[in-house]
Design a protein around this ligand. Structure first.
Ligand code: MN3
Length: 191
């Protein structure tokens, strides 16, 4: 069973003006698609030929891990965004206040973590096994899926995520990221 590129949950231009159609065409249509195509070539004749994406992420290593990890992270990233971003619901808002002091405190920590991630990687809001929330950063294709943490929300901080719209400015990209956050998705993951 081959891995597939899921349809985007919105149109290519739906995230404008914060994320351009051109960025979606490259980031989803080329980068994300290439991870899918490459993983499908790598699994031929291996134990992963019939594995689910989640199983492959948890068990693969090396080049295959990098590609399946990136498929999974991007699937999660596109769902972390929405053209209809609204205020966080009560459940996630209360959890953010309890764990970070306030929603703005959470945003500040997440933004700093995203900007401070050296090189290519991801910023995540996760739920720890003890139920507390934390902000973490992973490098390259690394993902909380291989840990005991439950991911709630992510931001892709690879340069390909922002170079078309914001050139080298990761801080500008992060500023616009908050206009696109899908709090409903984060709240659903918290449940
Ligand atoms: Mn990416």
């Amino acid at each position: 069973m081959a891995f597939t590129l899921p349809e985007l949950p919105y149109a290519r231009e739906a995230l404008e003006p914060h994320m351009s159609r051109e960025t979606l065409e490259f980031h989803y249509g080329k980068h994300h698609k290439t991870y899918v195509d490459t993983a499908n070539k790598l699994i031929v004749g291996t134990e992963f030929e019939n594995a689910s994406l989640e199983d492959a992420v948890k068990k693969a290593s090396g080049k295959l891990f990098n590609n399946v990890g990136q498929i999974w992270n991007h699937n999660f990233f596109w769902n972390s965004l929405t053209p209809k971003s609204a205020a966080p619901g009560k459940k996630i808002a209360d959890a953010l206040v309890k764990n970070f002091g306030g929603i703005d405190d959470f945003k500040k920590l997440f933004t700093e973590t995203a900007i401070g991630t050296f090189g290519s990687g991801w910023a995540w809001l996760v739920k720890k096994p003890d139920g507390s929330l934390a902000v973490i950063s992973t490098s390259n294709a690394a993902t909380p899926l291989t840990t005991a943490d439950t991911p709630l929300l992510t931001c892709d901080v690879w340069e390909h995520a922002y170079y078309i719209d914001y050139r080298n400015s990761r801080p500008n990209y992060l500023e616009h990221y908050w206009s696109l956050v899908n709090w409903e998705f984060a709240e659903k993951n918290l449940a």
